[in-house]
Ligand binder design. Structure first.
Ligand SMILES: [Fe+2]
Length: 235
């Protein structure tokens, strides 16, 4: 494991992470609630489909929703962003690059580049990781990294073409340079292993972290014969 590129601003933050699993055939998604136990303020990441699940999670934790973070603009990660933002009167954050490339818009949307910021007093460091989509973003909060469809425990998100696959390779290589091994990985979808494994442990399961060139990585990522079911599951 390489040394981190720089000292992250947010590693000191103490937050709790609750996984909120939601589904709508054929998708099964992991969304997350991040809560600061000192203040009760919370963030939701990639909420979709099941409004009652988020209401229950917030209520059970006596949490006050301070904002919504979107890893990328695909509908299974954004479906409830607007209704939740309206109901709880909070902002929705998405990277500028992702908003521009997808056309995603909600009334309380705010965009960012790669500067760290705080929401509800919770420090957030965004890492823009193009590949699955042009502005896909991983959010580094405390000792957790929320990776959307960039990095799964056993793989990575699908890429629409060779340029995107090469971008995904660079994004994963960047995460390898940046992240300490103890950071816990919370992906947008789970397959066998549960979310929350340490980055160090993810290397035991994830072939996509082991390629030595963008070309070989892209050949594998774009290999023929991947089924439509796999495409749906990894989208
Ligand atoms: Fe996706």
């Amino acid at each position: 494991m390489n040394k981190p590129e720089s000292d992250p601003v947010n590693l000191a933050a103490e937050v709790t992470v609750t996984t909120i699993k939601v589904s709508r055939d054929p998708f099964i998604n992991n969304s997350y609630m991040v809560r600061d136990p000192r203040t009760g303020k919370a963030l939701l990441i990639d909420p979709a489909w099941d409004m009652a699940a988020y209401e229950r999670a917030l209520e059970a934790a006596s949490a006050e929703l301070a904002g919504i973070l979107i890893t990328h603009a695909h509908p299974d990660h954004t479906d409830l962003a607007a209704p939740l933002a309206e109901r709880y009167r909070c902002p929705v954050w998405i990277s500028h690059q992702e908003a521009e490339s997808s056309g995603f818009r909600v009334p309380t949307m705010r965009t960012f580049g790669e500067c760290a910021w705080e929401a509800g007093g919770i420090p957030i460091r965004p890492i823009i990781t193009p590949g699955h989509t042009p502005g896909s973003t991983c959010y580094w909060i405390g000792q957790a990294l929320f990776t959307g469809d960039t990095l799964f425990i056993e793989g990575c998100g699908l890429c629409p073409d060779r340029a995107a696959a090469e971008s995904m390779y660079s994004s994963l290589e960047r995460l390898k340079r940046l992240l300490p091994g103890g950071v816990r990985i919370y992906p947008g979808h789970s397959y066998v292993q549960p979310p929350g494994l340490t980055f160090e442990k993810v290397f035991d399961f994830n072939l996509y972290l082991s390629f030595s060139s963008a070309e070989v990585f892209a050949n594998f990522r774009l290999r023929p014969g991947q089924s439509k079911a796999a495409w749906m599951a990894f989208s």
